[in-house]
Design a binder for this molecule. Structure first.
Ligand code: ADP
Length: 196
């Protein structure tokens, strides 16, 4: 089963996707983590995306498609994957189903949209920044960059929510509460999907 997490920066997609992946033994594909690893390793891809990520903008769709296609084609994704951070534009969403079909994974069956008010995500990211000070800080957690990431989310990623709503696979999850409470809501949505 192919599951997609959507939500603004700081919504907790990574945390919840990792828990879901652990529970169901399905690989988590976090494009943000993959790109950060490429930057850290100094690969050609890393060199191309470093500046884009630091400014809070999006890596071009064609480059992302290559990254995701390579990853999804690996054997551990044979029975599905949990995508966190992809698709993030309408163009990425439109090419994802054909890609999944090409590699024998059907199509996206569930999109979990983590609903978190904007003032709350700004608070969470500031906290993450403070906790990380002294090492491990994400370059894109700077305040001005966070505002740019929020703008990009509203402009380019919110249409993805509409796209999946139109396909009838969207499930909004209240993203406020403890990590456990939010996970229980997510897991209930996944179990409901599996039963059908
Ligand atoms: P966020 O907390 O903003 O969701 P991520 O870790 O998912 O952060 O992504 C960090 C950055 O990596 C993004 O701001 C963007 O530059 C790049 N990135 C990640 N996924 C994608 C994608 N699907 N398309 C384009 N750029 C991406």
């Amino acid at each position: 089963m192919l599951i997609v997490f959507l939500g603004p920066p700081g919504a907790g997609k990574g945390t919840q996707a990792a828990r879901l992946a652990a529970k169901y033994g399905t690989p988590q594909i976090s494009t943000g983590d993959m790109l950060r690893a490429a930057v850290a390793a100094g690969t050609l891809l890393g060199e191309r995306v470093d500046g884009i990520m630091k400014s809070g903008d999006l890596v071009p769709d064609d480059l992302m498609l290559e990254v995701v296609e390579d990853r999804l084609a690996q054997p551990d994704c044979g029975s599905g994957a949990i995508l966190d951070g992809y698709p993030r534009t309408r163009g990425q969403a439109e090419t994802l189903d054909p890609l999944a079909q090409r590699i024998g994974q059907g199509e996206v069956s569930l999109v979990l949209m983590l609903d978190v008010p904007e003032d709350e995500v700004i608070r969470r990211i500031s906290r993450r920044r403070e906790e990380a000070s002294g090492g491990g800080e994400r370059d894109d957690d700077r305040e001005d960059v966070v505002l740019e990431r929020m703008r990009v989310y509203r402009e380019l990623t919110e249409p993805v929510v509409e796209y999946y709503r139109g396909k009838g696979v969207m499930k909004a999850i209240a993203g406020v509460g403890t990590v456990d409470e939010i996970f229980d809501r997510i897991d209930a949505a996944v179990r409901e999907k599996l039963q059908r």
